[in-house]
Ligand binder design. Structure first.
Ligand code: DON
Length: 317
């Protein structure tokens, strides 16, 4: 990308390419194991690009607020990494992909009931159990505050989404008890799942998501508020985790085809980061078998290709 006028035109045409690719992507369905998510309009679709120096580009239903879901795992991991450091994250949670679905019990059993990755449910629950705080409210407030710093805005949890998730989270509670049995849940398991479930219920829009990603792209500095919201020394560990496990069982295909660290949520959000340059975020509720937004993946992939962004390509390629 060249001059700022050239860059503006490049990003505008990338957004257009992304919207076209997304609109052409059919199939899939809303997540339905959380009743609220099944009720969201499946045709909603938005795309946003925010640069590391704070230029904002949005298209589609960008005012619509959706549940952050698993994308929250990234920011709680960032917070816990600052608290205990990358070596302890690897020892206590793990740093590798599981090759299995995001809520897999088999993945736990194959690894002595310890999570391998901080971005699957088991690892994210273990991560939440490491958030400092005397009570569920205190831990959740710290997580929400961290999400707000990344988004640069006063985000809030949706009580409706949280109620829908809390009444259907028996599987995650089972995961927490398995972790507890293996010594890998570092706070009370019931409290931990409560907080994990709340952190998935924050409402964000596509611009918020792109801002959160642009903050990672900018080495932990939120490009809209200019605040350093995480320690720059740890950002690359977070991006490495996103590359390995951000799209669950589709992460390998994504690395092969797109080559950008990314993270999805069953709410339909997806975020990809080009370090030093920008973040691309999309939202659309219909999901594939792995739990990733069908339109979102198509849109982000086309926008990244239009901009020639792929970590594994030299700039001249
Ligand atoms: O814990 C769950 O199952 C959900 N609250 C979040 C899962 C999720 O978003 C997986 N991502 N694609």
């Amino acid at each position: 990308m060249g001059s700022s006028t050239g860059m503006k035109a490049d990003i505008e045409s990338a957004l257009k390419a992304g919207m076209e690719a997304g609109r052409a992507a059919h199939g899939g369905k809303n997540a339905d194991y959380i009743p609220y998510l099944a009720s969201v309009d499946p045709e909603l679709f938005s795309l946003a690009i925010i640069t590391a120096d704070g230029q904002v580009y949005t298209e589609g239903d960008c005012d619509y607020a959706f549940a952050i879901e698993s994308i929250s795992k990234v920011f709680t991991l960032a917070m816990v990494m600052e608290h205990i450091g990358p070596d302890a994250v690897r020892d206590k949670i793990g740093d590798s992909p599981t090759g299995l679905p995001f809520n897999s019990i088999i993945a736990l059993e194959l690894n002595n009931d310890k999570p391998l990755s901080p971005l699957v449910n088991a690892g994210a629950i273990a991560t939440v159990s490491l958030v400092p705080g005397e009570s569920a409210d205190e831990c959740f407030e710290a997580i929400l505050q961290c999400q707000r710093e990344f988004a640069g805005r006063d985000l809030a949890m949706s009580a409706e989404i949280n109620a829908s998730e809390q009444s259907t989270n028996a599987h995650n509670r089972a995961i927490a008890w398995l972790l507890e049995s293996a010594g890998a849940c570092y706070s009370d398991p019931v409290r931990t799942v409560d907080v994990y479930t709340r952190q998935c219920s924050t409402l964000i829009n596509c611009k918020d998501l792109a801002t959160m990603g642009a903050t990672l792209a900018a080495g932990g500095i939120n490009p809209l508020t200019k605040r350093q919201v995480m320690d720059a020394r740890y950002v690359h560990y977070i991006l490495a985790e996103m590359m390995m496990e951000g799209l669950y069982t589709a992460s390998g295909d994504w690395a092969y085809e797109v080559g950008l660290p990314a993270k999805s949520g069953v709410g339909g959000g997806i975020l990809a980061v080009m370090p030093g340059q920008l973040a691309i975020a999309a939202f659309s509720p219909r999901l594939d078998e792995a739990g990733n937004s069908i339109r979102g993946q198509a849109a982000v992939k086309a926008a990244a290709a239009s901009l020639g962004l792929n970590l594994f390509k030299a700039p001249c390629q």
